[in-house]
Design a protein around this ligand. Sequence first.
Ligand code: ZN
Length: 113
Amino acid sequence: MHEMAIAQGILDIVLNTAAQHGASRVGLVRLLVGEMTQVVPQSLEFGFSALAVGTIAQNANLEVIIVPVTGKCVCCTQQFNIRQNQFQCPDCQSFNIEIISGRELLVDALEVE
Ligand SMILES: [Zn+2]
């Protein structure tokens, strides 16, 4: 389980950003989590809530947005969603695929007061 370490990293970012803005409370934290990270949103939310106790982010609402895995065919430039690790172009059957999204793990938006 690497969610706890990830949650700690996210909390650090959130608290640093909030401090830079002189915030006294964190309202909403929106995260983009790529499917390829294999992060379990519930575990991430649990880890974040546990770690945030005693900080200004302890009542923050964590919103996790899952980003689907999107591939782009290097041969015919077709873009498509990758399901069940099928890294093959549906158009020309090439295996020469570039992953263009689905590896994200970042704070997309932050609401502070
Ligand atoms: Zn193709």
